[in-house]
Design a protein around this ligand. Structure first.
Ligand code: GTR
Length: 420
């Protein structure tokens, strides 16, 4: 077993202080349409890439922090990676499997345990990174993979009273299909989301504890759970960009459902991520807050069921989302000019597949400020099973809310086009 300690400096940059003068909800103008990414809050139109990058994009990042996801925590000054185990002949010799403990900030801060598989003989490889729901030990059978001591989802194999156990080892092999990715020359890196922030409200643990919250509930612009998870993805990227077997220019973020919301936010807030795949992410992710269907999850529903995913300010928009000074098209726009792929399922109307396509189209004006091959997005939603592989890509398949090896085929087809 090789034990390797890598320390790497990360610039100690805090995001710009949030302007205190963002208006309260009742002072915001209503807009039935999704606010354009290329119009400033005061109505000024942005017509150049320079103004977009210097003015509107930073403004949108601040708006999303203030009204929806809460503050982006300061970047840690130092991030350290310690390889806990490494198997150079994993998956029948196709890949190298490692688990890396990533430490940042003061000792009481949470740690990430990144499970990484890289394709032997094909490195540095493009890499998919994202958080998982189950805990790493469920995703591969290797007995050396750590079992998280944190709170776990009750419907996970081997979990009793919200605690993971060895019974879950290797019981969820097809959500993160490492071997399939290795066969295609991709690396895959994932960590348990609950190691950063367990998915329950009202408990001071994980990032909430690290950030010194005194109450478990979501205050107006306190860092919310989806933001903490996205921030965790960035810490995984801190490590991946130092890993010689990963190509730092070809990192794609992917996540399912609440972790798809996380993937989109992580992509928007970190330019090192070259490609963004929110899978069935729905409301609070790639789905519009301004709903046009009653089959999809609304802001009112999501903030009631999962208040901790978003900051306290967001809850107030439940009854009237027309007052939101942005919509999710603006979050996609922040990713410009990087490719974004929204993937969906026909029966998953809760995630609003058609609304997501509208979001994609309404993000295009920001992309059009860059000199890109046209069109950046398809004219209309592609038929089921057909990938629309424009830079703002879209895919819908038959079936339900799940992340499957067939979905991974689509992620890789899209990545083959945009990351090769
Ligand atoms: C649902 C929630 C969705 C989605 C999903 C999931 O209950 O309403 O927004 O995030 O959970 O994460 O599986």
């Amino acid at each position: 077993m090789r034990l390797l300690l890598i320390s790497f400096g990360v610039l100690a940059v805090t995001t710009a202080a949030l302007p205190a003068d963002f208006p309260p909800l009742d002072k915001l103008p209503a807009s039935a349409d999704m606010p354009s990414p290329v119009v400033m809050l005061d109505g000024t139109k942005v017509t150049t890439k320079a103004d977009w990058e210097a003015k509107r994009r930073p403004q949108l990042k601040e708006l999303f922090q203030h009204y929806m996801y809460g503050k982006y925590p300061a970047k840690p000054e130092k991030v350290t990676g310690k390889v806990l185990f490494e198997d150079a002949k994993a998956f029948g010799g196709k890949g190298t499997l490692r688990e890396v403990e990533i430490t940042f900030g003061p000792p009481e801060w949470p740690k990430i345990y990144l499970l990484i598989a890289t394709p032997n003989g094909k490195t540095p490889a493009a890499c998919f990174v994202g958080p998982n729901f189950q805990g790493n030990h469920c995703l591969v059978a290797d007995e050396r993979v750590r079992i998280t001591p944190e709170w776990c989802y009750p419907n996970t194999p081997g979990v009793k009273a919200n605690k993971a156990s060895a019974e879950g080892r290797g019981k969820v092999l097809d959500v993160w299909p490492f071997e399939q990715a290795l066969d295609k020359g991709y690396a895959v890196a994932t960590f348990y989301s609950g190691d950063i922030q367990p998915d329950r409200p009202n408990v001071i643990e994980g990032m909430r504890k690290a950030l010194g919250f005194t109450e478990g509930k979501n205050n107006p612009d306190d860092t919310a759970t989806v933001m903490s998870w996205a921030w965790g993805v960035h810490r995984a990227v801190d490590y991946l960009v130092t890993d010689p077997s990963v190509d730092p220019k070809r990192i794609a973020v992917v996540g399912h459902s609440r972790l798809g919301k996380t993937a989109l936010l992580a992509g928007a807030f970190d330019d090192r991520i070259a490609l963004v795949i929110p899978h069935q992410s729905g409301c609070g992710g790639a789905g519009p807050s301004r709903l046009k269907t009653d089959k999809a999850e609304s802001v009112a529903r999501i903030t009631k069921a999962f208040p901790h995913w978003f900051c306290g300010n967001f809850t107030a928009f439940g009854p009237d989302t027309s007052k939101l000074p942005f919509d999710q098209n603006d979050l996609v726009a922040i990713c410009a000019p990087r490719p974004v792929l929204m993937t969906n399922a026909e029966e998953d109307l809760w995630a609003n597949p058609s609304g997501q396509f509208e979001v994609l189209k309404a993000a295009a004006p920001a992309y059009e400020l860059y000199e890109l091959a046209k069109p950046v997005v398809a004219d209309k939603m592609p038929e089921s099973g057909k990938l629309a592989s424009e830079r703002l890509g879209y895919f819908i398949r038959a079936g339900k809310h799940s992340m499957t090896p067939d979905d991974w085929k689509v992620y890789m087809e899209f990545a083959d086009k945009w990351l090769k």
